[in-house]
Design a protein around this ligand. Structure first.
Ligand SMILES: [Zn+2]
Length: 303
């Protein structure tokens, strides 16, 4: 897991530097090659913009790469204005360069379009509007949207529109470091959770201990860990992974939107402290909106 995050850091920070540097140097033998490589870099930047979980690597780099890509594209274009349109079309390594860039453009373009397809809430009429359950912070969506490439829950019927939410600090990081081993190093840990709607508590479980970050346990008795289910708006809204001994409501309680229900923890099937929330009706996940917004990976909520 740790290894994966370091690998992702290379993809999200190292590769953009490498590609933008290539574009900036503008060492191309033909305009044709430049265009194909420019498109492949554009698709790569788009791919990481949509699919990468930016709260792990300084959120604002997401926009920095876009901005630098535009600036470097202009500089690069000026530099290649006088080179020939076509290169040594029959040359093997030239053909390979064109082919490789074309394949990368297609690959990253496809991945990006999968992610973008999840930005649309296809069941819009059914979405239920909830109040955001966290206050006093900037929150980033780790998993959200209507495609598995940006929301791993999407393949589970009851959770297909679930959101996993993290809090980012002033630097745009969700923790002090890449994968700290203490729960308290994660900004969202112990944040108060408030009821997202007015309704009745149909389940309130507070019997599991926090688990250390990054170490997902293979056998979890209750994937949701300590959790609260509120029946409202003709749906069941589940809030999971609550901190031990903080669940502030009991089964049967009537709650009003904004009532304290617990604190963010790391119980159940979880890799690090975060809020998991989803709504379901008869076992089928239904889309949720906060302030009319359908949240996707990397959506920011200022609350
Ligand atoms: Zn989740």
């Amino acid at each position: 897991m740790n290894f994966m995050i370091w690998f992702q850091a290379i993809v999200n920070i190292g590769l953009p530097i490498f590609f933008l540097w290539r574009l900036y140097k503008a060492d191309y033998v033909s305009k044709r090659l430049w265009i194909v490589e420019w498109v492949s870099i554009a698709m790569f930047i788009g791919y990481i913009f949509v699919l990468s979980p930016w709260h792990m690597f300084i959120y604002y780099f997401r926009y920095l790469w876009l901005l630098l890509f535009v600036i470097v594209s202009i500089i690069s274009y000026k530099r290649i204005r006088d080179i020939p349109k076509k290169g040594p079309e029959k040359d093997g390594s030239y053909k390979f360069s064109i082919g490789l860039s074309a394949v990368l453009a297609l690959y990253f373009g496809l991945l990006m379009s999968f992610g973008l397809s999840g930005y649309i809430n296809k069941d819009h009429a059914e979405a239920i509007e909830l109040d955001f359950p966290l206050k006093n912070g900037v929150y980033s969506v780790g998993h959200g949207g209507a495609h598995t490439s940006i929301n791993y829950h999407h393949s589970h019927e009851s959770q297909k529109y679930a959101n996993d939410i993290l809090q980012i600090n002033w630097l745009g990081l969700r923790a002090n470091g890449l994968t700290p081993s203490e729960l308290g190093q994660y900004t969202i840990y112990e944040s108060p959770l408030y009821s997202p709607c007015t309704g009745k508590v149909t389940a309130a479980v507070d019997q599991y201990e926090d688990i250390p970050p990054i170490k997902t346990e293979s056998e979890v008795e209750e994937p949701a860990g300590n959790h609260v289910i509120i029946s409202c708006k003709n749906a069941e809204v589940l809030i999971a992974h609550i901190k031990p001994n903080t669940v502030a409501v009991a089964e049967g309680d009537e709650v009003v939107s904004g009532d304290l229900i617990g604190e963010v923890g790391n119980t159940g099937n979880t890799t690090e402290p975060h809020l998991h929330i989803h709504a379901e009706r008869d076992g089928e996940g239904i889309p949720i909106t906060f302030d009319g917004r359908f949240l996707k990976r990397n959506s920011l909520v200022f609350n």
